[in-house]
Write a protein that binds this ligand. Structure first.
Ligand SMILES: Cc1ncc(COP(=O)(O)O)c(C=O)c1O
Length: 438
């Protein structure tokens, strides 16, 4: 915590004005989202970068999550915890659902899912008739990968760094429908956005029908220039499916910034929604012609709900997405991204000048946000990941790919500076002393 700065004084004055209790008392009595909204109000008029470095702002945000602080969780890219406001909504909705489910869950609660759709659509900058609420990014993306009409010989262009399950879905179409799968190789680290566009421009042909591209590559954290890739694809009449598992609610953008045809994302990563929630965007004009994974609605239904019609589901999980949106909006997408970059830079700055340290995407505002993968020359990345866990209780994920070798480090918005510092300390120790696996 900093000393009693002017910012801190005004923060406390505003907190007191609203609650007539000091900060810590406020932490105890307020709901998490209300607390975050209050600190966000205290940040009004200050730049996101300034707020990113204000620990008084971030303390209540950290406290909004009931996480286990005896572990240092730096794999928030895999799946993230939800704040207590979200978890409590799930519990409330589940309890009510269970009273007389056919009435309370189906008839009373389920209609409110439409409000969640409206709010997700507003956050993404789309029409609500273009948004399906699904269980994860896999379900969102598979609706498109299995649902687009493709004839034998039709080509799908993607990269060899796209997510394994999505590549596997396309391999199924190769085996079943005789399509051609072309995997381009992104330069890693990429020298420029143009270099990432060029690999697609060179791969598209008259037979290409679909491009699958990650907005953020999970292996490296590299952000791809989606709008430009869409522009060159559309110029050839090719549709673009964006794997946005790691981008939605991670840093600010809207549909119009991408101009894609389809976008699939998890909501349990960067939105901190309940585990098992995702979103599919289908451009309005494509809804009718895209086959759904599920057969609940009529053939050829012009209704985006056909992509989410998988029968009975826990309605509380879908409704609590509204709480996650409230939390996210109260925090502010700009402030969130700035804080995540601040956390990333805090450890990267301490390691990057060592000649044995390798980063796989440039740590700047264009190429990456929270996610960075770091390798140490001469140190096996699997052993490094195991060592961080065993010796320091630090959770990372090891990346072993032809072009990417390291541990992926992903703080969340609830991560403290101390936790990031402990990770950097542990890495400096490895650089100096190596790893003893005995
Ligand atoms: C790039 C990418 N796409 C898709 C997925 C699948 O996400 P989910 O587990 O939500 O289906 C992941 C998961 O980490 C991912 O990193």
């Amino acid at each position: 915590m900093s000393g009693m700065t002017g910012d801190r004084r005004s923060f406390l004055a505003q907190a007191g004005g609203l609650l007539t209790v000091p900060l810590l008392g406020g932490v105890l009595v307020e709901g998490a989202a209300a607390r975050v909204r209050r600190v966000a109000a205290a940040a009004a008029g200050r730049s996101p970068e300034e707020v990113a470095a204000d620990e008084d702002f971030w303390f209540p945000v950290q406290q909004a999550f009931a996480v286990d602080r005896s572990l240092i969780n730096l794999n928030n890219g895999g799946v993230s915890p939800a704040p207590e406001s979200v978890m409590s909504a799930v519990r409330r909705h589940d309890a009510y659902s269970n009273h007389a489910p056919a009435k309370t869950a189906w008839r009373d609660l389920r209609p409110s899912v439409e409000n969640v759709r409206t709010r997700l659509a507003a956050s993404f900058g789309a029409d609500r008739e273009e948004i399906a609420i699904v269980r994860n990014a896999t379900e969102a993306l598979d609706n498109v990968l299995f649902g687009v009409d493709l004839a034998p010989g039709d080509e799908v262009v993607t990269t060899d760094q796209d997510y394994g399950s999505m590549l596997s879905a396309l391999e199924h179409r190769v085996a079943r429908h005789g399509i051609v799968l072309k995997k381009v190789k992104p330069p890693t680290p990429s020298p420029s956005a143009d270099a990432l566009v060029r690999i697609f421009a060179e791969a598209l042909t008259d037979r290409t029908k679909l491009v699958l591209v990650c907005h953020v590559v999970n292996l490296t954290g590299q952000i791809f220039p989606i709008r430009e890739i869409c522009r060159i694809a559309h110029a050839r009449g090719v549709r673009v499916l964006v794997d946005g598992a790691h981008s939605f609610a991670h840093f600010p953008f809207t549909r119009d910034d991408l101009d894609c045809d389809f976008f699939g994302t998890s909501l349990h990563k960067w939105l901190n929604a309940p585990i098992g929630s995702g979103m599919l965007y289908v451009k309005r004009e494509h809804v009718k012609g895209l086959w759904p994974l599920f057969g609940q609605l009529a053939v050829g239904a012009d209704d985006v709900r056909k992509f989410e019609s998988y029968g009975t589901y826990p309605v509380g999980d879908r409704l609590a997405i509204a709480e996650a949106l409230t939390f996210h909006e109260a925090l502010g997408a700009d402030r969130k991204a700035a804080r995540l970059r601040y956390l990333r830079d805090r450890w990267v700055e301490r390691l990057k000048d060592d000649p044995r340290v390798r980063l796989h995407a440039a740590p700047n505002d264009v190429d990456s946000c929270a996610i960075a993968t770091v390798g140490v020359e001469g140190v096996d990345s699997g052993a490094l990941g195991r060592h961080l866990m065993r010796a320091h209780r630090i959770v990372t994920t090891t990346i072993g790919h032809e072009d990417v070798d390291g541990v992926r480090v992903t703080p969340g918005i609830y991560t403290t500076l101390r936790e990031v510092d402990l990770f950097a300390d542990a890495m400096l120790h490895v650089l100096e002393h190596g790893i003893d696996e005995s």
